[in-house]
Design a protein around this ligand. Structure first.
Ligand SMILES: Cc1cc2nc3c(=O)[nH]c(=O)nc-3n(C[C@H](O)[C@H](O)[C@H](O)COP(=O)(O)OP(=O)(O)OC[C@H]3O[C@@H](n4cnc5c(N)ncnc54)[C@H](O)[C@@H]3O)c2cc1C
Length: 416
């Protein structure tokens, strides 16, 4: 079933009876070429690119809940590629390029909105740091523009420019950054993978691995054992728990990240804004709600709900940046579990167990990475070689001192 204007008109005129479920609900087979653990954005995009680009179709995506129940349906939907370090920037820029063509690619409306993102700076030193970051981005082919105070005022007049402690001096703008409807991304990838024969099996929790003489041969699940030639973990916030079933300890801590949405307001913020003097970021949804967030909760947890001290901390950041936010009612808030790596950067790598692969450590920036993560993981699974933009995202980088310490936009748990 392809979507088109003609199809919408036809269904509208005939009672909308021709729409079908966009993926099947199959029983698991005994054996697959590839099993992907986790039906979040990264697991589904991996299945999509494996089947659509690399021609591997005998795949199962095993999801313990339902598609979209994890962080892919809980994030604040921001996409960007304003990273600085060589190990990161080409990867995130590839991801942004893939976002730009994604709706045509998987024929699904994901409401991709390149409304731009501005990282505000509040001091001369911070301006220099952002100028450097912007130059690094330009060198990698990304877009970046340094804005002075007046230019930011023109775009966002409602910010508190004359705040005595944190006056706004300007910002680093990436016009191609923006927002995407997160759950539609999961549905679009699921549909595209299912079309190629991928089995998406919901309510199927992986409870163990079958490892024989150092080779991973399959998984144990609540629906019984399933064999595969390659097993790919993609469980985001549950990464450490899943990999511990194979005896692997990861350089990852899990923390809760909360998000907030206000009541609908008239348009006041045309793009995404990040506060440079505290941890707070905000955008306005198409329905008018201010969507915002900030720090992770400071303690380790696998609970998908947060605590009040961080609510207060985030709201303080909001009040310092745009006091008008204090007049808006908070409509809803929620939490998700973040797989925080120790240098703020992710992993897409083989493990020391033959046939077992790992994708994780996305911290709170993994949504924007969804397309590139899927493509690079699919490349690794299909060829056993890392994709050219993911060569640094290795599990052993801490042993070799090759950490990708992306301070400024990365998110190390030890900094919170
Ligand atoms: C509040 C919040 C705001 C965020 N904002 C942004 C943002 O603006 N921009 C950005 O780039 N990123 C953001 N992120 C981060 C981003 O959402 C995550 O990094 C990314 O979604 C993680 O990848 P995923 O989609 O595959 O994860 P998930 O959707 O969590 O997928 C992992 C899946 O694995 C499944 N699973 C776990 N264990 C098992 C098991 N044993 N067996 C089977 N399945 C299992 C889970 O049920 C889950 O569905 C935010 C996250 C949160 C919580």
């Amino acid at each position: 079933m392809r979507y088109s204007l003609l199809k919408i008109i036809k269904e509208g005129l005939t009672g909308n009876k021709g729409w079908r479920p966009i993926w099947r609900n199959p029983e698991p087979k005994k054996k697959y070429d590839v099993i992907i653990i986790g039906g979040g954005g990264h697991g589904l995009s991996t299945a999509y690119y494996l089947s659509n680009v690399y021609g591997i179709n005998n795949i199962a995506v095993l999801e313990k809940g339902w598609i979209g129940s994890g962080n892919i349906g809980r994030n604040t939907t921001i996409i960007r590629s304003n990273y600085m370090l060589p190990g990161n920037e080409p990867f995130y820029e590839l991801s942004l390029k893939l976002w730009e063509g994604l709706e045509q690619d998987f024929n699904y409306n994901a409401m991709i909105s390149q409304r731009g993102i501005i990282n505000l700076f509040h001091s001369d030193g911070q301006r220099d740091a952002y100028a450097r970051r912007g130059n690094a981005m330009l060198l990698e082919g990304a877009d970046a523009e340094l804005l002075d105070e007046d230019s930011v005022r023109d775009i966002c007049p409602f910010l508190d420019f004359n705040n005595a402690r944190f006056p706004i001096k300007g910002g680093l703008m990436q016009k191609r950054g923006g927002t995407v409807r997160h759950d539609a991304v999961a549905w679009g990838y699921a549909r595209g993978a299912d079309n190629k024969g991928v089995d998406i099996i919901q309510n199927c929790e992986v409870t163990g691995f079958k490892i024989v003489n150092g080779v991973c041969k399959g998984v144990e699940t609540n629906l019984g054992p399933i064999s595969a030639n390659k097993i790919a973990s993609c469980a985001a916030g549950s990464s450490s728990r899943v990999m511990s079933l194979a005896g692997i300890k990861l350089p990852i801590e899990s923390h809760v990240l909360q998000a907030f949405v206000s009541e609908g307001l008239k348009p006041i913020l045309p793009n995404v804004i990040t506060f440079g003097a505290g941890h707070f970021y905000v955008s306005q949804s198409d329905k008018g709600g201010l969507v915002f967030g900030g720090d992770i909760d400071g303690y380790n947890s696998y609970a998908q709900r947060g605590n009040l001290p961080v609510v207060e901390d985030v709201c303080e950041g909001g009040m310092a940046l745009m006091p008008i936010i204090g007049r808006a009612k908070l409509l809803r808030m929620w939490g998700g579990v973040m797989d925080m790596s120790m240098d703020g950067s992710p992993f897409i790598d083989k493990t020391h167990i033959q046939g077992l692969y790992f994708n994780g450590g996305w911290c709170y920036g993994g949504f924007k990475a969804t397309p590139a993560s899927g493509l690079c993981y699919a490349h690794l699974l299909a060829t056993d070689e890392p994709h050219e933009v993911a060569t640094e995202l290795t599990l052993d980088r801490f042993i070799h001192g090759k950490i990708i310490d992306e301070k400024g936009v990365g998110a190390q748990p030890n900094l919170h």
